[in-house]
Design a protein around this ligand. Structure first.
Ligand code: PMP
Length: 423
């Protein structure tokens, strides 16, 4: 094989290799094949603009950390340094600090999960736990099943291990069991290897819907009978507005479900503390995957979270967050009804997101520059599909802007939509 010279190849903005005389990336020929999956989002540049203060951003998923008791968190961090400084500054267990893993069991118990500390592995946010699981299970060409649409950050991880995401239809009650059955049998007929079902059962990112209690055992039974592992991603489960979410899938099938949790939404993403609760049979390999990646997660962050949990009223703080997000969700739903009655949307019972569906003549990706000119930003639906769908949809986040800013943002969005429709 001829080694390509460093000046012959470059990458276009969408990650496609191109022979060129321009020396844009002299190392392109040396990348591993999997690096082709590391494509920057097409809308990243626009998001940089959208972070300007005059733009109402309904695009990101940033928790409203200003609602946190900053003084209690500062005190927790000070106590960690005063009482456990040498531990906080040292390497720790690859699996995570035992005291925190015990507390994680208490958090998961709120959603019906009973587990053992032995099976909890802490990680740098649940994003890294997604990476550990993908690293452990995915070979190039494997299939991961995921809802249509699905979380963009998870699909990026699966793609980086050269797996394909195949979507399964969902409706307002979550993943549709019959669609799951059909997809599995179609893929098996094609000789494809399905490694796991990746699902966000509660207050879905981006769809805003929750898998009904009735469907949960059915989904598990379909996966069990087809020997497909379930990867349950549940960062929003405790942020419900009315009824709590039904019990976690993991609570119904401890050996068939890897559960992922996070302190990013119930406390703060800056700590970067998340976790996996693995089936017992998998735990050893998962810990080895974690150790090979990072040796050990941040001791300081884990101790700070642990100290906060043991000293502060964390359940009360989650209630505060629920109140804040509920008010913002109501503001968004009301404003959509007032300013954009020609569109349709989901009405979530928790979490951060509303999924908006537009008439077929509108294209959310193509419309985004106009929206940014009108000083409002959203995430185009195409970001949440692995197969190019989503042009007529968008995700709106209500977690960060105030209710007034949300109303202003939706009013601006209506100007954009009506402009596109020539109204
Ligand atoms: N899963 C889902 C569904 C998410 O929405 C996010 C963050 N937006 C994550 C995982 C990763 O969160 P973190 O790494 O902060 O725990």
């Amino acid at each position: 094989m001829r080694i390509l010279s460093r000046t012959e190849i470059a990458v276009t903005s969408d990650g496609v290799p191109q022979r060129t005389g321009n020396n844009l990336d002299p190392w392109y020929a040396n990348y591993a094949e999997r690096a082709a999956g590391f494509a920057a989002s097409e809308v990243r540049a626009l998001f940089a603009v959208a972070s300007r203060p005059e733009v109402v951003s309904l695009a990101g998923g940033m928790p409203f950390v200003s609602a946190l008791p900053q003084d209690l968190i500062t005190q927790a961090m000070e106590r960690v340094m005063r009482d456990q400084g040498p531990v906080a500054l040292q390497y720790g267990s690859g699996q995570g600090i035992p005291a925190l893993r015990e507390q994680i069991l208490e958090v998961m118990a709120l959603e019906g999960i009973r587990g053992s500390v032995d099976n909890v592995v802490t990680s740098t946010g649940s994003q890294q736990a997604l990476d550990f699981v993908a690293k452990l299970f995915l070979d190039p060409g494997d299939v991961v099943l995921a809802e249509a649409p699905s979380y963009v950050g998870a699909m990026g991880v699966f793609r980086s291990y050269q797996a394909s995401v195949v979507h399964v239809a969902m409706d307002e009650h979550g993943l549709i069991p019959e669609a799951l059955r059909e997809t599995i049998s179609y893929l098996r007929g094609q000789g494809r290897r399905i490694k796991f079902l990746y699902t966000i059962p509660n207050f879905h990112n981006p769809a805003g819907v929750t898998l009904s209690a009735e469907r949960r055992p059915e989904i598990l039974e379909i996966c069990r009978s087809n020997e497909i592992l379930v990867l349950e991603d549940n960062p929003y489960g405790l942020l419900h507005f009315d009824e709590p979410a039904p019990n976690a899938l993991r609570s119904m099938d401890p050996e068939g479900v890897i559960y992922l949790g996070s302190f990013s939404k119930t406390l703060a993403p800056g700590f970067r503390v998340g976790w996996a609760l693995a089936p017992h049979a998998i735990r050893e390999k998962l810990i080895l995957a974690a150790e090979s990646a990072i040796l050990s997660p941040s001791s300081f962050s884990q101790l700070a979270v642990s100290e906060y949990l043991s000293q502060a009223d964390w359940r009360g703080q989650i209630d505060t967050f629920r109140g804040v997000y509920r008010e913002r969700k109501d503001a968004m739903i009301e404003a959509l009804g007032e300013y954009l009655p020609q569109l349709s949307w989901t009405n979530p019972n928790g979490g951060f997101y509303v999924w908006v569906t537009m008439p077929d003549v509108l294209d959310s990706k193509q419309m985004l520059p106009r929206a940014v000119r009108e000083l409002v930003a959203y995430t185009p639906g195409t970001a949440f599909f692995a197969d190019g769908r989503g042009r007529h949809a968008m995700r709106l986040s209500f977690c960060y802007p105030t209710p007034d800013a949300i109303r202003l943002g939706i009013r601006r969005l209506a100007t954009v939509v009506n402009g596109e429709l020539d109204l």
